[in-house]
Design a protein around this ligand. Structure first.
Ligand code: AMP
Length: 186
């Protein structure tokens, strides 16, 4: 099974993805995590992306598509992927469909976590205080939310037209969101 967890930054996608990995043996493919690992390793890719990410802007489509392509076959062989933070543009969504089709696979479900902006700001300022992620600072977070609304929200109709989109309330506790997510996948 291939699932896209969809929602604005700090909506709780990573937390839910980690749980599905534990419980279902799926593989989490988070382009944000891959990019942070590249930055931490000091690689050429990391150096190229560091400032762009810190500002909260999107990384170029070809870069993130290549990151996913690199890991996709292994994830499919393991039983399926949870895409977390990818795709973020229509071009990425189309590339993902093509890459999956080449492996005889497809996206089975897209679950959108709905969270309001005030709650997001509260979550992200808490995360910034706890973890100090550079792009969680208020200015960068505003840019990330804008990028989400401009580039990523248009993906919702793309998947809704294919009958794959389920929306769940992302405002509850982690357990409540988990229950709603499991019901959406049943
Ligand atoms: P995330 O951890 O998913 O919130 O991603 C953190 C940052 O990494 C984003 O604000 C972007 O700068 C970059 N990034 C992660 N995934 C993508 C993607 N699919 N397309 C473009 N940029 C991305």
């Amino acid at each position: 099974m291939n699932l896209i967890l969809f929602g604005p930054p700090a909506a709780g996608k990573g937390t839910q993805a980690a749980r599905l990995v534990r419980e279902r043996g799926m593989v989490q493919l988070s382009t944000g995590d891959m990019l942070r690992a590249a930055i931490a390793s000091g690689s050429e890719l990391g150096q190229k992306c560091q400032a762009i990410m810190a500002r909260g802007e999107l990384i170029a489509d070809d870069i993130v598509i290549a990151l996913i392509e690199d890991k996709l076959k292994a994830a499919e062989d393991a039983g399926g992927a949870i895409f977390d933070g990818f795709p973020r543009t229509v071009a990425q969504a189309e590339a993902l469909d093509a890459m999956l089709a080449a492996l005889g696979e497809k996206i089975d479900a897209v679950v959108r976590l709905k969270v309001d902006d005030t709650a997001l700001l509260e979550r992200v300022s808490k995360r910034y205080a706890e973890q100090g992620r550079p792009d969680d600072n208020p200015e960068s977070f505003k840019v990330r939310l804008e990028a989400y609304n401009r580039n990523t929200a248009p993906l919702l109709p793309y998947y809704a037209e294919q009958g794959k989109l389920t929306e769940i309330d992302g405002m509850g506790t982690i357990e409540a969101v988990a229950t709603a997510l499991d019901a959406a996948l049943a």
